[in-house]
Design a protein around this ligand. Structure first.
Ligand SMILES: *Cc1c(COP(=O)(O)O)cnc(C)c1O
Length: 410
């Protein structure tokens, strides 16, 4: 069976139309990195990124200095936002900005949303929302005297439309869920949930951190009102790269975000008295944009646009299918459970494996150059990024895990 699994990896790699992109990444020697299985937490850097960052520092920052602001930097939050909207989000131009962090953008957008629905006193979320989303909403609820309505989601699955239908109503200002659940990888039916929330008169907000750059997204078509996401996971922007926010065209002008800074002002450089928001999505900005940290996005968006998000998704499903096959063959006999959807229609870009005591394998895995993602208390997330991961790499990584488990039977 193991021979078949290896042959399958070889055949999949040989037939992979995206295989060539792997060479565009910075690749340490195998002793340091044998198998990177954490693309869902921090994407790998491109060689082009190293070149672009150096070039930016020498030529643009070093050469143009403050003139750079007038020569394009000030527009990067919007121009890069539009490019991201087109390559990954299904968003027409003028609705996406790059700014801040996901956490800060969740605050800005959620506050704007609940303030735009005065009289509605509840916000709906689920227990498997990412911690920062939950914490920010708890803060907003306290600040605005709102009540949070929690949907209990199965941590091995995720939010279902019927659960949303059960709790939304005329008192719901906003619903906030993750498109792909960070633990299980559950892929939510965004369009169906939006229809239910909209029928109740609520606004809808989606966290795209685990889907952007991995799963096709159609924000305009699905009727999403607001969305946020980070660019350092499947979008390879680098540790702490700035986030993105989407605000549907029809809501611009109506929603007012609370951090009224000069960069979101109608006329930032007049420095006049009193805040007046800029027209359009620029009003989501607050302070000086993190230009240096946006440089990698130019290279990443070139790559994603060339590869095509549909091809990325097709490979992603093959990769996670293959992870499931290896887990069933090698790990299930040792009591390792799959805590992710098997149905490809509901599966995002990663697979979570669970076993008590997984924590103890992390250090030996890292020492062998195998890097999955550990989630307390007992989950290993396997997140193979399609543009940088081969099937053989998945095979090698999970073989090391299998050997560790066999040597340390529970
Ligand atoms: C990674 C992640 C975040 C991270 O937010 P930061 O502000 O960048 O720390 C938020 N939400 C989800 C669902 C994530 O996966």
């Amino acid at each position: 069976m193991t021979v078949d699994l290896l042959a399958r990896a070889t055949a999949l790699d040989a037939a992979d139309p995206l295989a060539g992109y792997r060479e565009q990444f910075i690749t340490p020697p195998p002793a340091e990195l044998l198998s990177y299985l954490d693309g869902n937490s921090l994407g790998r850097p491109l060689q082009a990124t190293a070149r672009l960052v150096e070039q930016f520092i020498r030529e643009q920052w070093g050469g143009r200095l403050i003139r750079g602001w007038d020569e394009g930097w000030l527009d990067w939050p919007l121009t890069l936002g539009d490019r991201l909207g087109s390559a990954a989000l299904g968003a027409a131009p003028g609705q996406t900005v790059i700014a801040d962090s996901t956490t800060v953008l969740i605050y800005k957008l959620a506050r704007a949303a609940v303030d735009a629905r005065p009289g509605r006193r509840t916000v709906v979320l689920d227990t498997d929302n990412f911690p920062t989303d939950r914490y920010v909403l708890e803060g907003i609820a306290a600040e605005r005297d709102l009540r949070l309505v929690w949907i209990e989601t199965d941590p091995s699955a995720g939010i279902a439309p019927a659960q949303v239908a059960d709790v939304v109503g005329e008192d719901t200002a906003l619903v906030l869920f993750s498109h792909v659940a960070y633990r299980s990888g559950w892929l939510a039916d965004v369009a169906a949930i939006n229809r239910i929330a909209h029928a109740a008169g609520a606004l809808t907000m989606w966290d795209l951190c685990h889907s952007a750059g991995s799963v096709p997204i159609a924000l305009d078509e699905w009727g999403v009102d607001l969305a946020v996401g980070c660019t350092y996971k499947y979008l390879n922007g680098g540790p702490g790269a700035p986030a993105f926010a989407y605000l549907r065209q029809e809501l611009q002008g109506e929603l007012r975000q609370p951090i009224q800074g000069w960069m979101g002002h109608r006329a930032a450089f007049e420095m006049g008295p009193g805040y007046e928001p800029a027209a359009g999505v620029r009003a989501l900005l607050s302070g000086t944009p993190p230009i240096l940290a946006m440089v990698p996005m130019h290279a990443n968006l070139d790559m994603l646009a060339a590869a095509g998000i549909e091809a990325v998704r097709a490979k992603s499903l093959q990769l996670t299918d293959y992870v499931l096959a290896l887990a069933d063959e090698w790990l299930a006999p040792h009591g390792v459970a799959v805590a992710s959807p098997r149905d490809p229609a509901r599966r995002g870009g990663h697979v979570t494996l669970r076993q008590e005591g997984f924590r103890s394998y992390l250090e030996p895995l890292w020492d062998s150059g195998v890097i999955p993602d550990y989630r307390r208390p007992d989950g290993l997330r396997i997140g193979p990024a399609p543009l940088s991961t081969s099937f053989a790499e998945v095979y090698q990584g999970l073989a090391v895990l299998r050997d560790l488990i066999e040597k340390n039977p529970r």
